[in-house]
Design a protein around this ligand. Structure first.
Ligand SMILES: Nc1ccn([C@H]2C[C@H](O)[C@@H](COP(=O)(O)O)O2)c(=O)n1
Ligand SMILES: [Zn+2]
Length: 162
């Protein structure tokens, strides 16, 4: 028997974990997932998805996008990237790499920079025209955090439980 050759790459594996994490999101319009990796050892440090803080019920808080600010999700949802950082529970994130299914906002960019991460690999940049993402890119560039779009040769990964 010879070695399998159709195994997935490290990048596919980590972005796959970010995508799988996004499936836990309750947000009806955008499900975002993130995975933080030690780039030297390829060890997974943390994962996260966009959701409400602990003890804030998914059923009681709003999921709408528009209307009275107090009744939209934006005041309450913790972004996937920040959740991944907070889920690290004190692990050292210096020199680590973030895989995220959506380009980080300005607030997450601040946390990414302050935690010492050095690279971001993202899948979608659907809000690239917004000031939030422009401000994010400005800070990441000033801080020397590299960011590049995810590239792969495969279209999908199948998980079959049966
Ligand atoms: N980089 C990002 C950007 C946004 N999110 C979260 C915040 C919301 O739950 C959702 C965006 O909702 P939309 O305005 O597209 O309806 O995604 C995040 O986790 N990370
Ligand atoms: Zn964010």
């Amino acid at each position: 028997m010879t070695k399998r050759n159709d195994y997935i790459s490290w990048d596919d594996y980590f972005m796959g974990l970010a995508l799988l994490s996004s499936k836990r999101s309750k947000d009806p319009s955008s499900q975002v997932g993130a995975c933080i990796v030690d780039s030297r050892s390829n060890r997974i440090l943390s994962v996260g998805y966009n959701g409400l803080p602990r003890f804030c019920s998914d059923d009681e808080y709003p999921w709408t996008r528009e209307g009275d600010s107090m009744e939209t999700k934006y005041f309450y949802v913790v972004h996937a990237e920040l959740n991944a950082i907070l889920n690290c529970r004190g692990a050292n994130l210096e020199e680590s790499r973030l895989y995220t299914t959506l380009f980080p906002c300005n607030e997450c960019a601040k946390a990414i920079i302050q935690s010492g991460m050095k690279q971001i690999v993202y899948l979608s940049d659907k809000y690239s025209d917004t000031d939030i993402v422009k401000a994010s890119k400005r800070m990441l560039t000033s801080a020397g955090v590299e960011f590049y779009r995810f590239e792969t040769d495969i279209d999908c990964l199948n998980l079959n439980f049966k």
